[in-house]
Ligand binder design. Structure first.
Ligand SMILES: C[S@@+](CC[C@H](N)C(=O)[O-])C[C@H]1O[C@@H](n2cnc3c(N)ncnc32)[C@H](O)[C@@H]1O
Length: 270
């Protein structure tokens, strides 16, 4: 009897600890929601003060470029990408720079405070709705481009090019062709900053996909949802070094250097 009584006590105590965990998780969830609201308020204030009150694109357009359609997701990732752009190309470019795969301007929005960027920013995307939204917002040099090269620009137009989370959705079988195109639109000495997915993305791939990555250095898994461009494309560092070989010089490789899960490449047209 005594041992059954003790066992009952142990079980009930465990259950009450479980309840503790639920209560702590709920408290953490409330705290996180409050932090997110604070983060959104900070971003909104920055947009109002520095970016001419730039409006958010509608939720469906935000969802196409992000993990979700929250304002915080859109603003925060744009702060990260625009920070990298300002690091690489500086606040005052004097020649055109292309945002290949610009989406609805998540990066462009945070370049608004810089007069030179308002002049020299070019953007293109396969998403005609996103491009139309940017054009309506008054962004001048935006264009719809095709899924495959060529881009709608003459040889050597750009002093720079950046592409955040774009090659991460394009099959690696086409990466070399895209690097050839990047080289074509860059002028000699021009710099490209692009991101790729690698090892860290493999958890999202199927088991056969992971196996393919280990054997061939890349994996591509299409997202079959209609209108969805969230395909998974991951490559090893060696894959990209081979893909750019003879086209672009690698000036920098930063493993997980963008948003802590995408590899960042600084490439230069010789
Ligand atoms: C994850 S979103 C990133 C958008 C933007 N670069 C940013 O960081 O906010 C990927 C973008 O790449 C675009 N895209 C996919 N394949 C493309 C291609 N072949 N050429 C141009 N854009 C492409 C998609 O339409 C989408 O806007």
């Amino acid at each position: 009897m005594a041992s059954r009584w003790r066992a009952l006590g142990r079980n009930l105590a465990a259950l009450s600890r479980g309840q503790d965990l639920v209560t702590r998780a709920e408290t953490a969830q409330h705290a996180l929601a409050a932090e997110r609201r604070r983060g959104e308020a900070v971003c909104r204030a920055l947009v109002d003060r520095h970016c001419d009150g730039w409006e958010l694109p509608p939720p469906p357009l935000r969802r196409r470029v992000g993990a979700d359609d929250t304002p915080l997701e859109f603003w925060a990732k744009g702060i990260a990408s625009s920070g990298a752009v300002l690091d690489v190309f500086g606040p005052a470019p004097d020649s055109p720079v292309l945002d290949w795969g610009c989406g609805s301007g998540r990066t462009r929005l945070w370049l608004q405070p810089h007069a030179a960027w308002r002049t020299h920013y070019y953007g293109c995307d396969v998403d005609a709705d996103a491009v139309a939204w940017l054009a309506q917002r008054g962004v001048e040099h935006v264009a719809v481009c095709d899924e495959q090269p060529p881009l709608p620009y003459p040889d050597g137009l750009f002093a720079g090019l950046f592409a955040f989370s774009v090659l991460t959705h394009i099959s690696p079988e086409h990466h070399r062709a895209w690097y050839e195109e990047v080289r074509r639109v860059l002028r000699p000495g021009g710099v490209a900053f692009v991101t790729t997915l690698g090892e860290w993305a493999l958890a999202r791939a199927s088991v056969p996909g992971q196996d393919h990555y280990r054997r061939h250095g890349w994996v591509f898994e299409a997202d079959a949802r209609p209108g969805c461009s969230h395909h998974l494309s991951a490559v090893t560092e060696a894959f990209t070094r081979t893909a750019v070989d003879g086209l672009l010089a690698v000036g920098g490789y930063d493993e997980r250097g963008y948003l802590e899960h995408q590899d960042a490449w600084r490439l230069r047209r010789p």
